[in-house]
Design a binder for this molecule. Structure first.
Ligand code: NAD
Ligand code: UD1
Length: 339
């Protein structure tokens, strides 16, 4: 019998890529999502890639009753990967209650039901946003976490704290938080990728939409940072390398004894690329000239952020294999497939 894993937010961007990775590694995958930021067609697309149609349930995980009957039904699962959350930084500033209610209630409901049903392995999607403006680069997991500037970011910081408190008393649950840096790119099939609704906030989908003619011009936020070319630096990571990190974390949870109840890992490449580096890689791999101009810095942006992921490399035996060119190429192929 296959090991069963529950993927919340499983039809979303990172959840769908992780579902593919788990199915291809022999797991039985159950996707649960309320489809507030994703489409049901993703389930068939996952089947097209893997040859296996994952089970899917449309449930709002803030609904206590429905969540609890879902978990009762799937109590034979070996673990949960919790992607479900609202994630738009700007919107969270306008709708803090909605963001705290959604993201934190999902977490509370999932953890409680895991304990009740003795499902032991939990992986949480955290973010490098918990580091705020870093004092030292690259950032290790020991670096101080700071109050994130947005309510969205704060749901990640508070979420981590809730997990830490919970596993101390939990009899059954062990947990890992993965602090993602900047996930971009898409599956090589061109069948799944990031599909932002409305105007994208993030760099990569904005670039591909400009190239596709959906938006007119990319504004590069800031050209006077103290960096090699004046533009801000981030640690971009291919979404498939990120998916593999979840597999490595899952193995770690299965391997560790009761003494290691909660661990945190940075998940990045360790390489910082500037906005202009990303544009130039995109122009090369897509053979497109990108229309862009410079604008003021965006409020709340840090000049530089990149990971020290040596803990993940040592403990999870995980590393990245895909380059910035792989990321920009696959993002463009995905955008083209949407035409
Ligand atoms: P996404 O929006 O594509 O996926 C999240 C999924 O959760 C969506 O399909 C949405 O419909 C679902 N969802 C939201 N509220 C729900 C609810 N109440 N009940 C059931 N389902 C619900 O986002 P993503 O980019 O795949 O991100 C996945 C996770 O990773 C999120 O927790 C996000 O905060 C975190 N994260 C993302 C990034 C990034 O750059 N994409 C960076 C750091 C952390
Ligand atoms: C943003 C969020 C962060 C979240 C992450 C992943 C903010 C302040 N931070 O991180 O909380 O975890 O997304 O969802 O929103 N850029 C441009 N022009 C654009 C868009 C972006 O120049 O139109 C630049 C930004 O200034 C930044 C880089 O590109 O230097 C990457 O931006 P983005 O993709 O939005 O990610 P972050 O700001 O790192």
């Amino acid at each position: 019998m296959k090991n069963k894993v529950i993927i919340t937010g499983g039809t979303g961007y990172i959840g769908s890529h992780t579902a593919v990775e788990f199915i291809q590694n022999g797991f039985e995958v159950v996707l649960v999502d309320n489809l507030s930021n994703s489409d049901i067609s993703i389930v068939d697309r996952i089947e097209k890639i893997t040859g296996i149609k994952p089970e899917f349930e449309e449930i709002d995980l803030t609904d206590i009753k429905k969540t609890s009957s879902f978990f009762k039904k799937h109590k034979d699962a070996k673990g949960v990967i919790n992607f479900a959350a609202l994630k738009a930084v700007g919107e969270s500033v306008q709708k803090p209650i909605e963001y705290y209610r959604n993201n934190l209630n999902i977490l509370l409901n999932v953890l409680e039901n895991m304990e009740v049903n003795s499902i032991s392995n939990f992986i949480f999607s955290s973010s490098a946003t918990v580091y705020g403006l870093p004092d030292k680069l690259p950032i290790t997991e020991e670096s101080e976490t700071k109050r994130p500037t947005s309510p969205y970011g704060n749901t990640k910081k508070v979420g981590e704290e809730i997990i830490e408190d919970f596993v101390k008393i939990a009899k059954n649950v062990k947990a890992i938080s993965l602090r993602y840096f900047n996930p971009i790119g898409a599956h090589k099939s061109g069948l799944i990728g990031e599909a932002p609704t409305g105007i994208p906030n993030n760099l990569m989908p904005y670039i591909t939409q400009v190239a596709a003619g959906v938006r007119k011009e990319l504004k590069v936020f800031g050209k006077d940072y103290d960096t090699k070319d004046g533009t801000a630096i981030r640690d971009y990571i291919h979404v498939m390398d990120l998916a593999v990190a979840h597999m490595a974390a899952f193995k770690r949870l299965n391997d560790t004894g009761k003494d290691q109840k909660y661990e945190i890992f940075n998940i990045g490449t360790g390489i910082g690329y500037s906005v202009l580096d990303v544009i130039s890689s995109f122009e090369k791999t897509s053979k497109q000239k990108l229309n862009y101009s410079f604008d003021d810095r965006r409020e709340g942006d840090v000049p530089m952020l990149y990971a020290d992921s040596s803990k993940a490399s040592k403990v999870l035996h995980w590393g990245t294999s895909l380059s910035l060119d792989d990321m920009t190429r696959s993002s463009w192929e995905w955008e083209e497939s949407l035409k």
